[in-house]
Design a protein around this ligand. Structure first.
Ligand SMILES: *[C@@H]1O[C@H](CO)[C@@H](O)[C@H](O)[C@H]1NC(C)=O
Ligand SMILES: *[C@@H]1O[C@H](CO)[C@@H](O)[C@H](O)[C@H]1NC(C)=O
Ligand SMILES: *[C@@H]1O[C@H](CO)[C@@H](O)[C@H](O)[C@H]1NC(C)=O
Ligand SMILES: *[C@@H]1O[C@H](CO)[C@@H](O)[C@H](O)[C@H]1NC(C)=O
Ligand SMILES: *[C@@H]1O[C@H](CO)[C@@H](O)[C@H](O)[C@H]1NC(C)=O
Length: 380
């Protein structure tokens, strides 16, 4: 392969090439000697002078920069420059790298005013003394087949006519066919690689009862209350625990604090849960989170079976609201119609932008009993 021979070509003094072009000094002064841009080739040409190489780039709309090797008079046109493909800009002795925009476009003659398409190159028409030009196909474009990954491209690969490149399927896609794409003379790629999206959700990658959604090349998990992280394996802190709580009335000594005491037992007599006063027909319970949070969800741990039997169905028609001040806790978070069951962990998800410092749980009938209330959210 020609390229292998030219990599070690000797150093040269480019300015002796065209001493008569005074106006070209900007282009020459900005040359990057000993560098090249790797694996972004449109086309390459052996046997071209440096100036012809620059002109070839100027007449090709897709070209952004050139690599040139004097030893072999070898010219490479790139479809990126060292800003747009910084990680492909590398040291390479014997090469010179130059940006298209450092050269006066007049160098292209009649073609400097051409209206060629991005996949074309401008050619001066013969016998017309630089006054006329025509646009001819130059390349097949940068492959954008679904799921294709061009990281496996080889150094000599190019997107120009009659060239070829090597691709593979991106992570999250399964590949059939070879990764070779050939650019035909009609400007269309010929290939048989097909990248099929893999349904990652089949393997249940999301943990802790999260919901998995397959997307192209990947998946997303929607975490259940209390969980966080890409696969929902991180525990969200319960921001209600230990915070000051109040309730509308208190039966016996079953005060509001018992819903945030960290005791997750549900035997009301042993573990103690909150209970509002018998006859309070508008009971509510409220916690002060002591800072404003974006509230994601609220969980209520219902009472279990105890010596009074099973009265867990009293948890019904429960409204959860959020507010910025203790006197105005009216932003809706969610509703639980119930009836609850013994020791049930009721999860109420808030709409996405529910913000507040206070969380209130209320209902309009009989006693409100809460064994524990968890609140999950992120600081605002
Ligand atoms: C590189 O290409 C980009 C996009 O075409 C262009 O904005 C930029 O001016 C070019 N040159 C440099 C040196 O960044
Ligand atoms: C390109 O167009 C400009 C104005 O439209 C004109 O002044 C210039 O001479 C043209 N250049 C060539 C090489 O035809
Ligand atoms: C593309 O392939 C490279 C190496 O072959 C790999 O490191 C990278 O993660 C792949 N990118 C995607 C989006 O699949
Ligand atoms: C060349 O690009 C133009 C527009 O950019 C497009 O309409 C045309 O189909 C392309 N030609 C080929 C052969 O892909
Ligand atoms: C609730 O009762 C416990 C235990 O008696 C007490 O420590 C706590 O301060 C009380 N909380 C409220 C809000 O009265």
């Amino acid at each position: 392969m020609l390229l292998l021979q030219i990599v070690r070509c000797p150093w040269f003094l480019i300015s002796v090439l065209v001493p008569c072009y005074c106006s070209l000094q900007t282009g020459f002064s900005k040359l990057q000697r000993g560098h090249r841009l790797d694996r972004k080739l449109i086309q390459s040409f052996p046997g071209l002078s440096f100036l012809d190489c620059v002109i070839e780039c100027l007449v090709t709309p897709r070209c952004k920069s050139v690599n040139y090797c004097k030893g072999a008079n070898f010219c490479e046109l790139n479809y990126e420059n060292k800003t747009t493909a910084a990680n492909k800009y590398m040291d390479n002795a014997g090469f010179v790298y130059s940006e298209k925009e450092h050269w006066p476009k007049e160098l292209a003659g009649a073609c400097s005013n051409s209206t060629c398409e991005i996949n074309q190159t401008c050619k001066h028409k013969r016998y017309s003394e630089d006054k006329f030009f025509e646009c001819v196909l130059s390349d097949c474009g940068i492959p954008d087949q679904k799921g294709i990954n061009l990281s496996s491209i080889k150094r000599e690969d190019a997107i120009g006519l009659h060239r070829r490149i090597h691709g593979s399927c991106a992570d999250g896609y399964s590949q059939s066919g070879s990764g070779r794409l050939n650019c035909q003379s009609n400007g269309k790629w010929k290939y048989n690689i097909v990248c099929e999206d893999i349904d990652e959700c089949k393997n249940d990658p999301c943990l802790n009862r999260a919901t998995c959604t397959n997307i192209l090349g990947s998946f997303t998990c929607t975490c259940d209350a209390g969980w966080t992280g890409i696969i929902c394996n991180g525990v969200l802190p319960n921001i209600a625990e230990g915070k000051p709580a109040k309730q509308s009335s208190t039966q016996s000594d079953y005060n509001a604090t018992y819903a945030v005491d960290g005791n997750r037992g549900t035997n009301h007599l042993v573990d103690k849960c909150t209970v509002t006063f018998n006859g309070d027909t508008n009971p509510w319970w409220r916690v002060d989170l002591q800072a404003v949070y974006s509230i994601k969800s609220v969980r209520i741990l219902n009472r279990g079976i105890d010596k009074y039997g099973d009265v867990s169905d009293r948890l019904r028609d429960v409204t959860v609201t959020v507010g910025l001040t203790g006197s105005d806790v009216n932003t809706p978070c969610g509703f639980f119609a119930g009836p609850g069951t013994a020791s049930q962990l009721v999860v109420i998800d808030c709409p996405t932008s529910t913000q507040g410092r206070y969380v209130k749980i209320s209902k309009t009938t009989e006693a409100l009993t809460l064994c524990e209330v968890d609140v999950f959210g992120v600081p605002v």
